[in-house]
Design a protein around this ligand. Sequence first.
Ligand code: GLU
Length: 480
Amino acid sequence: MIVTRFAPSPTGFMHIGNLRTALYSYLLAKSQGGKFILRIEDTDQVRLVEGATDVIINTLAQTGIDYDEGPGVGGEHGPYVQSQRLSIYKEYAEKLVKSGHAYYCFCTPERLESLKDDKGIGGYDGHCRNLSQDEIQQNLAEGKPFVIRQRMPDEGSTSYVDEVYGEVSIDNSELRDQIMIKADGFPTYNFCHVVDDHLMGVTHVVRGNEYLTSTPKYCLLYDAFGWERPHYVHLPLLMGKDADGNVSKLSKRHGAVSFQDLVNDGYLPEAIVNYIALLGWAPKDTQEFFTMDELKANFGMDGLSKSPAVFDYEKLRWFNAEYIKRLSEEEYNAKALPILDALCPDSVNKVKLAALLHTRISAFCEISDQVQFVVNRLGMTADLYTNKKNKTTPELCRTILEETLPLLEAVEDWNNDCLFAVLKQYAADTERKAGAVMWAVRIAVARQGITPGGATELMEVFGKEESIARIRLAISELSA
Ligand code: GLU
């Protein structure tokens, strides 16, 4: 059975690239009836951010990436938080010391510093590789701090076949004797993730390609323990489009890059998941919309690409607009009404306004801009009243407004149907084009040219008092 995992470090928000890694790892397992594990990699205590684990867990919950084993869920391989597994790493590190694949290193920070060149670059020189048992015992007896290092082979090369990138090979002479256990007893990522992946039965390691070239070192650890190596699936970088048309690693200057920021901007988790599923994976046919179940059924490693994927905010917007259109009225209102409540005066009919906006927004953050004409009486010029198709001029509009004002004031049931009937009747009685009448009233009420709805729909949204006030204002402006 396929077992995959997502192994984030709780260092802050959930970057979209991390979410894509989680999603692909999850889909790889689920597409083949396998198991998906969440493991929290918190051994780099300096980089820990309070609350970050909750962000990870909440993001997975909101996106429907449910794990079979992990924090809060449990499982036979727990604990799933690395800081709770320190004794395990120590035990396994000692095994490698015994077998000669690792050794104690007592070098002081000062000595290591002295190995660096002017640029601060410099590796370990293997100083403690061959200490005698006596020297080691004496150092320990003196209480000297030590780290445990992995002993890299002096000769030969190490290679593995990545499922996406193909064969990766490195000369062992280029590999440094990396630290496995630090002086404070905490393991390094380089060591403990290997121990965990093995003990947790992980068969496929899915992660970002920044680990592509360090993976030979991890392979050597598997070999040293005599464990079977897992399959490796490294994913290409996510890029963003720069202003100059080039692309670079997706970062804040391209736009929101965390899941939570995208959600705060009004993107729906379903749309985000659907979009990022396609950022590096191509379905067999031209289908673009996928529910999570459809993704599980269709995902496969053969669709993975090694070319960097470019995050396109326009495309995400397009997906989001489609997902918003597909929301039921109830689901949509649950998101739109709180935003409108916060923005609009009490007199505004928010349910109607929300309905007018439903097919017109591609993200909920656009609502604020879209309703500025409702919140404020915008400044405007008389040329908005001129419309070729309806043959309107500011003069004609002024007449229409003056004549319809008393009719509108007399309306008791202030709703779209009644208002529409009144204006229709007026047009018929005066032998004016209905389009011209609607144009005059719509511009007077909205005070802008493009509106999410017609004259009578907008008047229903504004309510009687504000609609009449705006028509009066328009008449006085047109008379000036
Ligand atoms: N904790 C590592 C990270 O967040 C995990 C890498 C891996 O999946 O092995 O980058």
